[in-house]
Design a protein around this ligand. Sequence first.
Ligand SMILES: [Zn+2]
Length: 61
Amino acid sequence: MDCRQIHQAYSVYLQGKLPPTQMEWVAQHIQNCPDCFLLDQNVRKAFLDEMTQDSNKSTPK
Ligand SMILES: [Zn+2]
């Protein structure tokens, strides 16, 4: 599996909706590929920030 395939599958991977074998492929590739590791860090952070902002809006303390 190469970087382009990882990038295509990544958004689905982040939602945990890939088939288990493909989840494994992407996870292993990210561990072994500095470029995709960086992508993972950046996208995950943006994704989590967005989730946090949404939940702050919809569930005030
Ligand atoms: Zn890669």
